[in-house]
Design a protein around this ligand. Structure first.
Ligand code: BG6
Length: 476
């Protein structure tokens, strides 16, 4: 590619505490929601909001309990990221490492110390930490006691947590995000927000009430961040990927717009500072009674985000034709009609590099704020050859085409400040709990059943990404 990315472009990778760290009860950590998610069908059912067992069961296997043991092996992993030339690593802080129950009087010093060590190691290697406050891991105690984000209590508890970590890491972390894929709350409510439902619950109302609480909590975190770390940037995080109408039938086009708005709803509030008209109408039409406290509107208005973080894996397609919607694909938990023009991964996730450019342009047009691509990547079942190599040409192909389209978007005038591809080292899959679904440039010897020595091995894509970074995006 002739085009060079901006000189200070933040190339790197992204992981989440619950999918990488393991050590799920070590050094005083409390239980988080993901620690209750087994693999397989049960996982899916709990993620959607069916009430889980609130303590791990001896009969289940919970991949996150050990994950890839990043908690103990991070120096080795960071050395490999540094070898690839990473400028940034996106990680998350596990709320329950800092406040094991979510409402402890004092933070857990051992948990705070772990992230101090992690950030020091990153900075020593010239890697900027990009930190998400909540990545699918509400402390379990808050679910049992308050019903998680359905309760207003969580707003204050989250604010305390955010303030604690801003104060502690103010000299080390300059890029923050509040809630990972905040719109996931509508699709996998337990995973996204710890919401479990009982019979007779008004699910939509609970979801949007919880969304309101998260939006206020997010704005209060933005406020605290700006006060405590004036030279930091704090963003929101959207599971992005625009909807295409299946045909030019205006009914399909309108539905595509509405589907996009389901997601934009969150970012409209976080970035523009107020509830959009279409949301107010939605609440009215569906008779949803969303309780807002006096002062909430001002909080939302006065503390909007500095940048829009987003994940992009695929575009989505929608139709109003009952025949067409028989042909769905599973991509990224957002229901989508199969797009006849596009190929899919083994997990049914549509591959659409051009959609990345489209999505980035739409986000830019809508918000006019810097964008940060904080997730993108290709989940595949990699095989190690008898010679001990992983030939992941399919991953290189996916990433190459996406990075090229990102370059096009920048040339379109979109202000993209960085790209942290998902899972630069293999980690546990969020949606399926598998290890088999791998995203990494670095292979980890661990299988779905938890067997394997956890040793690290460079894949072919390792050298490829190193070259991309070294050439600042010209050698794809
Ligand atoms: C995003 C999440 O939805 O996609 C990550 O923020 C997740 O936590 C990633 O891992 C990829 O999804 P999966 O299910 O393939 O791990």
């Amino acid at each position: 590619m002739n085009f060079k990315f901006p000189t200070d472009f933040l190339w790197g990778g992204a992981i989440a505490a619950n999918q990488a760290e393991g050590a799920y009860l070590e050094d005083g950590k409390g239980l988080s929601i993901v620690d209750l998610l087994p693999t397989g069908e049960k996982r899916r059912s709990i993620m959607k909001g069916n009430v889980p067992a609130f303590t791990p069961l001896a009969t289940e296997f919970y991949p996150s309990h050990e994950a890839i043991d990043f908690y103990h092996r991070y120096p080795e992993d960071i050395a490999l990221f540094a070898e690839m030339g990473f400028k940034a690593l996106r990680v998350s802080i596990a709320w329950a490492r800092i406040f094991p129950t979510g409402e402890d009087a004092q933070p857990n010093e051992a948990g705070l110390q772990f992230y101090d060590n992690l950030f020091d190691e990153l900075l020593k290697n010239g890697i900027e930490p990009v930190v998400t406050l909540a990545h699918f891991d509400v402390p379990v105690h808050l679910i049992e006691k308050y019903g998680s984000w359905r309760s207003r209590e969580l707003v204050t508890l989250f604010e305390t947590y955010a303030t604690t970590v801003f104060t502690r890491y103010k000299d080390k972390v300059k890029y923050w995000m509040t809630f990972n894929e905040i719109n996931m709350l509508l699709h996998l409510p337990f995973l996204g927000a710890g919401l479990a439902f009982n019979e007779g619950d008004n699910i939509k109302e609970i979801q949007y009430q919880a969304a309101h609480h998260q939006l206020v909590a997010s704005a209060l975190a933005v406020k605290a961040c700006h006060e405590i770390i004036p030279d930091a940037m704090i963003g929101c995080m959207l599971a992005a990927g625009s909807f295409y109408p299946y045909t030019c039938n205006p009914e399909d086009v309108f539905q595509g717009m509405e589907k996009d708005r389901e997601s934009y709803f969150f970012i409209d509030v976080q970035s523009r500072g107020e509830y959009p008209g279409y949301a107010k109408r939605f609440f009215k039409d569906h008779e949803l009674n969303i309780v807002m406290q006096p002062g909430d509107a001002e909080i939302l208005k006065n503390h909007t985000v500095d940048y829009i973080g987003f994940s992009y894996y695929s575009s989505r397609t929608t139709s109003t034709d009952p025949e067409v919607i028989k042909n769905m694909t599973s991509g990224n938990v957002f229901g989508s009609v199969a797009n006849p023009y596009l190929a899919k991964s083994e997990w049914g996730w549509t591959i659409d590099p051009k959609g990345f450019r489209i999505t980035a342009n739409q986000l830019h047009d809508r918000y006019q704020k810097p964008l940060f691509v904080v997730e993108n990547g290709f989940g595949a079942n990699d095989e190690v050859t008898p010679e001990g190599e992983v030939h992941d040409a399919y991953r290189i192909d996916y990433l190459k085409r996406h990075v090229a389209e990102m370059g096009e978007a920048i040339q379109d005038g979109v202000n993209i400040i960085g790209y942290t591809s998902w899972g630069p080292i293999d980690i546990v899959s969020a949606s399926s709990g598998e290890m088999r679904k791998r995203y990494g440039y670095i292979y980890v010897d661990r299988n779905n059943e938890g067997h394997g020595e956890l040793t690290r091995l460079k894949k072919k894509s390792f050298e490829w990404y190193k070259n991309v970074i070294e050439s600042n995006g010209t050698n794809l």
